[in-house]
Design a protein around this ligand. Structure first.
Ligand SMILES: Cc1cc2nc3c(=O)[nH]c(=O)nc-3n(C[C@H](O)[C@H](O)[C@H](O)COP(=O)(O)OP(=O)(O)OC[C@H]3O[C@@H](n4cnc5c(N)ncnc54)[C@H](O)[C@@H]3O)c2cc1C
Ligand code: FES
Ligand code: FES
Length: 496
């Protein structure tokens, strides 16, 4: 069954095995699958193949949380358990992991503590959202974060309940006692870890679908050279929707989630290096320590289930004009490391975005990492996200600004926006208005006046052109005012 593959010249190991099946745990039971459509979602698999219908389908796009399950993965010598949306998660990515569904918690005769509390506190009416809510609370229960109203709100931000209202659900969450991650599956999970590339090739209704799951950069570049048109898949929080919402058929996928080098976070005196495959949930502390306001915005990207899967590299590579990470990182002076079989190049992040839908990414190339300079003592950094809802919503405008302040004079001014142009973009004229000038209200207002010459924002469902411009201008002023007051200013509820 196994085949021997030759690897690229640059690899230390010369030979790697490949296998054409996946093995994972479902509620503690080991399952082997060789003929699955690799883009079948975990939700479809649970409901249609395993008749585990406790996990519900609401939106099929990661927004409602009805499909929330726990995804267990080995983290060193322990199991790390996180809530994810099964509706946008591909089965191909499940090799070596464990899926825990609501069926694994309790039974009607012996309910789990959270199930009991939700029932006792009247946290369920029609019950459709309840399994997802219970799973999100189960993730919170085993999280090492201290439980508070804030962490409960964060854990539930990705779970919609239409009929009960959140009061009783929050009461149930407040009453639950903390728990350790169940490590019962540890030995089984450890036995499923391996260095082989998984290579699935399955005929689905006449379409040949290929799914590669390499473990090293060498294997990744070798496969990508062979299959330059393959879809690269990281967390799948964008790609998943191409299948579930746009009904796209993805014939060849290269999954980046197990390439160890892409998940690395490294630090030296001057810079933080974040691998392209690092998930928001893993990057947030490092980035938030360097740039607290960046951390605040990342905490508002999607909801916990999305941040537990979505990656920094995926947010950059998709080239979306409304992605949140690009403006945050461009303002911080980040650089992008792009890698192919024979080359590695480093470019300023802003240069990656050429025009709408076009990035500076050659065939056979992928995003390897982002280099983020550490702030200097004289540096000021501000970041704001404006969206209709606080969490789980895409930005109408996202703005970040960085500058150095010496003797009251601004230098190294970098102002970047998302939602204001066809790509994430720097505000060159607004920057010029501040560069070399005093950090005063008069000069920040000069930057405000210069901003319309930097952007012609679009009108869409999220926000009108004039709203976007007005809010983008106000954010410059807000940054200055907050700096003067040394405290956040919340003018309107919607303006946070
Ligand atoms: C419910 C929901 C809420 C969301 N909320 C937000 C939000 O608030 N703010 C926001 O910015 N985004 C949001 N998103 C979008 C999405 O979560 C992010 O864009 C995320 O960072 C994508 O990362 P991923 O790892 O899931 O990428 P994937 O979906 O795996 O890939 C995205 C794209 O990047 C490419 N790609 C991935 N990694 C690489 C790489 N290393 N090199 C080259 N190409 C690569 C893929 O081929 C694909 O084109 C949301 C999505 C959902 C479903
Ligand atoms: S079904 Fe709505 S988030 Fe998955
Ligand atoms: S109980 Fe009906 S949707 Fe929440």
């Amino acid at each position: 069954m196994d085949t021997v593959l030759r690897r690229g010249e640059r690899d230390k190991e010369r030979i790697v095995m490949a296998r054409n099946y996946i093995q994972f745990l479902l509620n503690g039971e080991t399952i082997t699958e060789a003929h699955l459509d690799p883009t079948m979602t975990v939700l479809q698999y649970l409901r249609e193949r395993k008749m585990k219908t406790g996990t519900k389908e609401g939106c099929a796009e990661g927004d409602c949380g009805a499909c929330t399950v726990l995804l267990n993965a080995l983290d060193g010598s322990k199991i790390k358990s996180r809530s994810v949306n099964a509706c946008i998660l591909f089965m191909g990515t499940m090799d070596g992991k464990e899926i825990r569904t609501v069926e694994s918690l309790g039974t009607p005769e012996e309910p789990h503590e959270i199930q009991q509390l939700v029932a006792e506190k009247h946290g369920s009416q029609c019950g459709f959202c309840t399994p997802g809510i219970v799973m999100s609370l189960a993730a919170l229960q085993i999280d090492s974060m201290p439980k508070s109203r804030k962490t409960i709100d964060e854990a539930l931000a990705g779970n919609l309940c239409r009929c009960t209202g959140y009061g009783p659900i929050i009461d149930a969450a407040m009453a639950m006692k903390p728990k350790q991650v169940n490590q019962n599956s540890l030995a089984k999970l450890a036995s499923l870890q391996h260095n082989e590339t998984v290579k699935l090739s399955v005929n689905v209704y006449g379409e040949q679908k290929r799914f590669y799951d390499p473990k090293t950069l060498g294997e990744l570049t070798r496969i990508l050279t062979e299959r330059p048109d393959a879809t690269l898949l990281a967390g799948g929080t964008d790609v998943g929707l191409w299948v579930t919402k746009h009904h796209k058929t993805l014939n060849t996928i290269i999954y980046l989630g197990n390439v160890e080098a892409l998940s690395a976070i490294e630090e030296n005196n001057n810079n933080l290096h974040i691998g392209a495959g690092v998930k928001y949930a893993d990057a947030i502390n490092n980035l938030g320590q360097l740039y607290p306001q960046m951390g605040d915005v990342i905490r508002r990207i999607g909801a916990a289930q999305v941040r537990n899967l979505g990656t920094i590299g995926g947010n950059i590579a998709n080239g979306s004009p409304i992605g949140d990470m690009p403006p945050l990182l461009i303002a911080a002076g980040a650089k992008l490391v792009l890698r192919s079989a024979n080359d590695e190049r480093i470019i300023p992040l802003e240069d990656f975005f050429i025009e709408y839908g076009k990035q500076d990414l050659h065939k056979g190339e992928f995003v390897k990492s982002t280099i983020i300079p550490k702030p200097t003592p004289s540096q000021k950094y501000f970041a704001y996200k404006i969206s209709k809802r606080f969490e789980s919503d895409i930005s109408a405008v996202c703005m970040a600004m960085s500058l150095s302040l010496k003797d009251g004079i601004c230098s190294n001014v970098r102002i970047a926006y998302g939602g204001m142009a066809a790509t994430p973009k720097r505000a060159a004229n607004a920057e010029k208005a501040l560069e070399g000038q005093n950090w005063t209200e008069e000069n920040i207002r000069r930057a405000v006046v210069a901003l319309p010459s930097d952007f012609t924002p679009i009108d869409d469902l999220r926000a009108s052109k004039s709203y976007r411009m007005q809010v983008a201008q106000n954010l410059l002023l807000k940054a200055w005012l907050e700096d003067q007051n040394n405290a956040p200013i919340h003018v309107l509820e919607a303006d946070i």
